[in-house]
Design a binder for this molecule. Structure first.
Ligand code: FES
Length: 223
């Protein structure tokens, strides 16, 4: 993990941004950076996930970013932090589940999956843009049926909605035990695994985990 300067180059209509930074700080899918905007009122650090690598170096961030950030802002970044997704090389049927948001944080996996000739289904109830035509899009109600087809699943869910996800999968052990599934649990992570502030705490099977350092990506079986 390193600290470096970066620059917010451009903000897009969907609230994502192009950020240039040293290549070794570009977060892999599921990992994040802790980012301060230098010299702005927004002094609180925020966690920033990548959506996809940028062709000019750096990466395109997943939205949203603080509304006071502007193109040209200098940023201080620390990272990459946390356990990200790991897409097994052998998988050929990939499902990306944006449980309660856009699929932006899963888009890095999308390009990796297509590169290894996998079929990809994106599940989400939000509008999807910028998805290649070969990608099939299904609504959230198709989750269990699509998991039945898949051999790998990546899910993006807010901590507040984790119980709802578990309810949808309750009684489907025959399906979930056959698919390798990883879950990105989103929550504010103000100290980024440094100060043990506890803001990101998650109770799992009578044990406390810190999403910022034990995650933010967990195996489905751990949840
Ligand atoms: S964000 Fe402070 S312990 Fe996780």
């Amino acid at each position: 993990m390193k600290t470096a300067k970066a620059k917010l180059e451009e903000i897009f209509l969907d609230g994502s941004a192009r950020i240039t930074c040293p290549p070794e700080l570009t977060p892999a899918p599921g990992q994040y950076l802790l980012v301060h905007a230098d010299g702005s009122d927004a002094s609180l650090a925020v966690s920033v996930f990548s959506s996809q690598p940028a062709s000019q170096g750096g990466f395109r961030s997943a939205p949203p970013l603080p509304s006071v950030w502007r193109p040209g802002h200098s940023l201080t970044i620390r990272g990459p932090i946390g356990h990200g997704f790991s897409l097994p090389l052998a998988v050929r049927k990939v499902v990306l589940v944006a449980f309660d948001d856009t699929p932006a944080r899963l888009q890095g996996l999308l390009s990796l999956a297509l590169k290894q000739n996998a079929e990809v289904v994106v599940i989400c109830d939000t509008q999807t843009e910028d998805l290649p035509e070969v990608v099939e899009v299904q609504p959230l109600k198709a989750l269990v049926d699509t998991l039945r087809w898949a051999d790998y699943a990546a899910v993006d869910v807010n901590r507040e909605n984790l119980d709802r996800l578990k309810e949808m999968l309750a009684g489907q052990e025959q399906v979930t035990s056959k698919v390798e599934a990883q879950v990105l649990v989103r929550t504010p992570m103000p100290c980024g695994a440094q100060a043990e502030c506890g803001v990101c705490a998650l109770s799992l099977h009578h044990d406390w985990k810190m999403i910022c350092k034990d995650g933010p990506v967990f195996g489905l079986g751990e949840l």
